[in-house]
Design a protein around this ligand. Sequence first.
Ligand code: 5GP
Ligand code: ZN
Length: 118
Amino acid sequence: MERDSTTTPTCIFCKIIHKEIPAQVVLEEDHYLAVRDINPQAPTHILLIPRTHIANVTEFEDVSELGRLFQAARTVAEHEKLERGFRLVVNTGADGGQTVNHLHIHLLGGRFMTWPPG
Ligand code: 5GP
Ligand code: ZN
């Protein structure tokens, strides 16, 4: 896909979206890509990555993007047969533990999730 102003050349998730670095793709839709996390924290650990580069939830302009991402989470959870439940995580900013500054939802499942998170 051609790069345009909605992407950032140095962003690792933009590179995954543009197939410049490999990833294990679970689902590929118009607005997002679902890929397996390179360092899984649960038997199922998938990242839902919007195609548009948005740093995090403090930055997006189109609120419908978030609705689409949650819909994507539901779709991927069904695809992965996570009937027993799952956890969605959106790390935001430094204290939130965000390490990749391209908005994404972690979809974790396949084991019981403890609370509180670390
Ligand atoms: P954050 O810490 O920003 O919430 O989550 C970033 C996630 O991206 C981490 O769980 C990390 O393991 C994952 N990650 C970082 N680099 C890559 C990569 O090149 N490929 C994949 N599939 N996941 C990555
Ligand atoms: Zn990006």
